[in-house]
Design a protein around this ligand. Structure first.
Ligand SMILES: Cc1cc2nc3c(=O)[nH]c(=O)nc-3n(C[C@H](O)[C@H](O)[C@H](O)COP(=O)(O)OP(=O)(O)OC[C@H]3O[C@@H](n4cnc5c(N)ncnc54)[C@H](O)[C@@H]3O)c2cc1C
Length: 157
């Protein structure tokens, strides 16, 4: 939702007892100069993923009015839906073979991303581990020492 004014005074909120799960303030990240851009993120949304935008709008705008009093007098300038069908990692047998490591055949090119072969499902943890793995590969190639703090989680595991 893009509102014509600031309606959420914190960076994000989570709610219980309502269909709303998470709301994030995306204004700065989106580069919006006027008003406020809020992203409402719904997980396990199998029942909603194919619902028309109008139905989602009808469900969520009144809920936001209930949760965020400042929305009540605000104009909704835009309302759109993105559907991330692969947000939740759901591997099939053999998928591990498709995940590359951090090192590539191209000189100076290293890969990071949740989907890289980290040994973890492609989640946020995997994303972090992949970044550390790529940094490790780069430092190794440059002959530089591994900063200990970067790899502390490996010792904890
Ligand atoms: C709706 C949703 C809910 C999720 N919920 C969870 C959860 O509860 N728990 C969990 O562990 N994981 C969750 N995930 C998965 C998790 O968000 C991802 O696994 C993780 O963020 C991937 O991290 P990443 O660094 O590989 O990629 P991203 O976080 O996707 O980062 C890639 C970045 O690259 C930028 N980019 C892309 N192309 C270019 C370009 N050409 N030039 C410059 N920049 C570019 C993108 O803008 C983006 O910022 C969720 C994902 C979604 C979509």
């Amino acid at each position: 939702m893009v509102y014509d004014r600031k309606v959420l005074t914190r960076p994000f909120l989570t709610a219980l007892g309502t269909p709303v799960q998470w709301v994030f303030d995306r204004t700065e990240a989106s580069g919006l100069r006027e008003g406020q851009y809020l992203a409402l993120s719904q997980s396990a949304a199998q029942d909603e993923i194919d619902e028309p935008v109008a139905a989602l709008r009808e469900r969520y705008l009144p809920e936001l009015e209930r949760l965020l009093p400042l929305t009540r007098g605000a104009e909704v300038r835009d309302f759109f839906v993105t559907r991330e069908r692969t947000a939740t990692f759901a591997p099939t047998p053999g998928v591990g073979r498709l995940r590359p490591g951090a090192r590539t055949k191209a000189s100076g090119l290293y890969l990071a991303g949740a989907w890289v072969a980290t040994g973890w499902p492609a989640t946020m943890e995997s994303a972090v581990r992949s970044g550390v793995g790529a940094a490790d590969a780069v430092l190794g190639a440059l002959g530089r020492p591994r900063p200990r703090r970067l790899f502390e989680f490996e010792e904890a595991a």
